[in-house]
Design a protein around this ligand. Structure first.
Ligand code: CAP
Ligand code: MG
Length: 431
């Protein structure tokens, strides 16, 4: 009988990847009754040129384009993809290959895309971020400390004017950014235009009174043409940032918008709502590290990266690996977590740490990230016994304490806001 499948041809453990190959690290588990080699062959095949059966007509070019599973260590697999498989500057197309059909194959019980090394030729198809972390610091006039911001809370329900009042209190407490929540866009009770108009007035007032630069992450997430329209409104009102829910908007929309915002001089804050649908299960899906990598390539300026100590899942090693991907010029591999990546001239991205934080957790978060981060504390300022402005002040005092090498308790002796925050939350780790 003629051979039905050709998956094994996609496995060659002696293969040495070419300089231009794109390398992907997977965690995989074969289904019962299938060998690792058979499963690995299916992964390499379905994510490149293969199909389920041998074919009658196979032009010689096919051999050069097929991927090769070249390393298997336990349940970890590396696959090399020739550059010819990928269209220059088309991230959606890449994901349809390396993060596409393979997740649904009967030939894998579990499959997780951990990271990929993009060769220089692939990176050349993208511009990356317009401003690196240094550029954003310059834009905001903040030299050393973490940048600080808060989402107006509760999530949604405030009118535009109520929202702007809370934003104003946040700025007056010393914060740099006021952030829209991920599910606030332009609802009946808080229209985008109205929010922008009142926030602009309040920002001018806060800037005048504090002498500091104040900004906001306006959530422009919508159909792509509408996102462009909203980005224009934000730029026309003299702001420097917009925010996009990047996972739900999709790779292509993000790519369109980073290009569009580049022309408007707007930086982009990337919210990752829905990421946990594919990165939470440690055995299946795609890691946050890899999502962060795609977003750096596509050119956002900040992206949410977790806290390890706050209310949302994400371990310290994961958080640190994501930060390495965003902040390094050369990312060094960490076993089973990330691969080596040379970034060339591609600028850096600020990690934004958010979710269940309050002043008492500032030392833990800064211990993980150091100063190069955007610290987002929302419920943890608005829930301060004396209100939003005092909560923001308490946070700034906590940041100052860490930078000066003081304990929060010492600092609290002469800082009432911090004292009250510690009185309410202590070092509580929310769930
Ligand atoms: C945080 C937050 C952020 C999450 C996102 C919220 O509010 O606004 O969306 O942090 O998660 O809606 O939960 P709090 P991540 O500061 O009041 O918790 O950063 O992990 O993507
Ligand atoms: Mg939120």
């Amino acid at each position: 009988m003629a051979k039905i499948d050709w998956y094994n041809q996609f496995v060659d453990l002696r293969y040495k990847p070419a300089k231009d190959d794109l390398i992907v690290l997977f965690y995989f588990e074969p289904p019962a009754g299938m060998s690792k080699k058979e499963s690995a062959g299916r992964i390499a095949s379905e994510s490149s040129t293969g199909t389920w059966t041998t074919l009658t007509n196979l032009p010689p070019r096919m051999n050069k384009l097929k991927a090769t599973a070249f390393q298997m260590k336990g349940n970890y697999l590396k696959v090399a993809y020739p550059m010819g498989l990928w269209e220059k500057g088309n991230m959606a197309q890449l994901l349809s290959g390396i993060a596409g059909n393979i997740f649904g194959m009967k030939g894998v019980k579990n499959l997780r895309l951990i990271d990929a090394t993009f060769p220089k030729t692939y990176l050349n198809g993208f511009k990356g971020p317009q401003y690196g972390m240094g550029g954003i610091r310059k834009m905001m006039g903040v030299k050393k400390r973490p940048l600080t911001g808060a989402v107006v809370k509760p999530k949604i329900g405030f009118s535009a004017s109520e929202h702007a009042q809370i934003g104003y209190q946040t700025w007056m407490g010393g914060f740099d950014f006021v952030k829209d929540d991920e599910n606030l866009t332009s609802q009946k009770f808080n229209r985008f235009e109205e929010r922008l108009r009142i926030m602009t007035r309040m920002r001018d007032k806060a800037e005048k009174l504090t002498g500091e630069k104040k900004s906001a992450f306006f959530n422009i997430t919508a159909e792509t043409e509408e996102m462009k329209r909203r980005a224009n409104l934000v730029a026309d009102a003299g702001w420097n940032y917009v925010m996009i829910d990047v996972v739900v908007s999709g790779t292509a929309a993000v790519q369109t918008m980073t290009e569009y915002c580049r022309d408007l001089g707007l930086a982009i804050h990337a919210h990752r709502a829905m990421h946990a649908a594919f990165d939470r299960n440690p055995k299946h899906g795609m890691t946050m590290q890899f999502l962060a990598k795609t977003m750096r390539v596509l050119g956002v300026n900040n992206i949410h990266t977790g806290t390890a100590v706050g209310k949302l899942v994400g371990t310290k090693p994961e958080v640190m690996a994501i930060a390495d991907i965003l902040r390094e010029k050369k990312t060094k591999a960490k076993k089973d977590l990330i691969l080596d990546q040379e970034w060339g001239n591609m600028k850096t991205v600020f990690p934004a740490s958010s979710g269940g934080l309050h002043p008492g957790l500032v030392p833990d978060v800064m211990d993980i990230y150091g100063n190069e981060m955007i610290l987002l504390i929302s419920g943890g300022i608005h829930g301060h016994p004396k209100g939003t402005c005092a909560g923001a002040k308490a946070t700034m005092q906590a940041v100052e304490a860490v930078m000066e090498g003081e304990t929060l308790q010492e600092k609290a002796k002469n800082n009432m806001e911090l004292k009250e925050a510690l009185g309410k939350w202590g070092r509580h780790k929310p769930k």
